[in-house]
Ligand binder design. Structure first.
Ligand SMILES: Nc1ccn([C@@H]2O[C@H](COP(=O)(O)OP(=O)(O)OP(=O)(O)O)[C@@H](O)[C@H]2O)c(=O)n1
Ligand SMILES: [Mg+2]
Length: 408
């Protein structure tokens, strides 16, 4: 196969390949960008593989960064772009099921391609558009199949994360996993516990955001990969409910975890603990808990202005979408955002009175009472009982002070 037209990203990188070739080395585009180009999808990072050894690459280019030189990777900087340029290599050792004990640089492209995970990821592209396909990766791309290169057991024994990559690609590309490859995943699923949670996390989220998330999740259940993910054991039924939702099209990590927490029936506190075990970033955990409040409120038909006030557009969108995927959100995905936009205030700072006004103008003592009073004013303004107007709010505070004094 020869591609008639290369995407812009590859064209920009061509001078790097030309320079390597002029010096007598071989150089190819490899990895996901080749796969995605053939599928007609946009590409992100351009990876280059070459027969030149790292020191030879460094000698050829003026500006390089040693991003992973012990594994053969040097980043070549060119016109504001950086290209990961990796020497052809073989790997051996994998005693920990995650990384090789030893990498050996080699001069043959074939040796490099045969250590890669799946046939669709083992394609190489020459700069003239010729595709080097040693393992029928093009047939598998056309048939929409994820198949390990060579012996699947060996590939998963080398790097157990590849099992999660298989289900992630099944979702992202809407592909099936070839039966022998799938059997090897089932046989090796326990090895997933050797992998750092952060790496499983990344694959899981990518899988859930993919267009065929239901397929990916079903595969995780069938192969028992789910049992080796944090907090999923014993929750297969909840996960299979997610796998049957008809309109799943998640757009970000907050949606993913909100949906999972909802279907696992987690309380807010359990959600925090569950997401900590998954090593989720704190700002994401916070957003998930907020979105979950909205999702639960929709389930019980109790969405109040104060709840929307406490959220922000991002968490409102996530909470609404998750309720919609689960069958009880509003028909219009923008419904709660529109209500939010029409709130008289969306932030305590938007109140037409400040803590300073309370202290200096109304003689209140500095302390926690100031915050409580402002919070009550937020409630009254949101409930439509008082207009967000300075004089009206001052009158409201004086009223409250009077009735407080009277009851003393
Ligand atoms: N566990 C892994 C990870 C990567 N690779 C090889 O390294 C390439 C680049 O890896 P990576 O960027 O992680 O994945 P991509 O396939 O490029 O997918 P993405 O589009 O998500 O980057 C893969 O295509 C594959 O050939 C592998 O064999 N085994
Ligand atoms: Mg990649």
């Amino acid at each position: 196969m020869r591609l008639a037209q290369l995407p812009e990203e590859f064209k920009n990188a061509q001078p790097i390949l030309t320079k390597l070739e002029s010096a007598g080395y071989e150089a190819y585009f490899v990895g996901g960008s080749v796969r995605d180009t053939i599928l007609g999808k946009p590409i992100h990072d351009v990876d280059i593989a070459t027969s030149a050894y790292p020191q030879e690459v460094k000698a050829l280019f003026k500006r390089t960064v040693d991003t992973g030189i012990e594994h053969g990777t040097v980043m070549v900087l060119d016109h504001g772009n950086g290209y990961e340029t990796t020497t052809f290599r073989t790997e051996s050792g994998y005693q920990d099921y995650r990384r090789p004990d030893e990498v050996t640089f080699v001069r043959q492209l074939a040796d490099d391609l045969k250590r890669r995970d799946f046939t669709i990821n083992a394609l190489a592209l020459k700069q003239d558009g010729t595709v080097v396909d040693l393992f029928h990766g093009l047939d598998d791309l056309a048939a929409k199949i994820i198949r390990a290169v060579g012996d699947p057991e060996a590939r998963f024994g080398e790097d157990a994360l590849r099992m999660m990559r298989a289900v992630r690609f099944a979702s992202q590309l809407n592909f099936t996993i070839e039966p022998q490859t799938q059997k090897a995943i089932k046989d090796h699923a326990p090895l997933l516990s050797k992998i750092a949670v952060e790496r499983i996390h990344e694959e899981f989220v990518k899988m859930m955001i993919g267009p065929a998330a239901q397929r990916g999740l079903s595969l995780m259940i069938q192969t028992k990969l789910a049992d080796y993910c944090p907090g999923f054991i014993g929750h297969t039924i909840d996960l299979s409910t997610i796998a049957t939702l008809p309109h799943l099209q998640m757009t970000d990590e907050v949606e993913v975890w909100t949906l999972v927490a909802l279907h696992l029936g987690l309380s807010y506190q359990d959600t925090v603990e569950f997401l900590q075990v998954w090593k989720t970033a704190n700002h994401i955990i916070k957003a998930v808990v907020m979105a979950l409040h909205l999702t639960y409120a929709q389930q019980y038909h109790r969405v109040k202005p104060r709840l929307l006030f406490d959220l922000d557009p991002g968490t409102i969108r996530a909470g609404t979408n998750v309720a919609r995927y689960s069958g009880y959100g509003p028909e219009d995905p923008n419904q709660w955002l529109e209500v939010y936009d029409k709130l008289p205030i969306r932030n305590t700072r938007e109140l037409a009175i400040t803590g300073k006004d309370l202290i200096q103008g109304l003689g209140m003592t500095p302390g926690p009472a100031i915050g409580q009073t402002l919070d009550q004013l937020v409630d009254t303004v949101l409930a439509g009982e008082v207009k967000n107007d300075h004089a009206a709010l001052v009158a409201q505070v004086i009223e409250q002070q009077k009735s407080a004094n009277a009851s003393e």
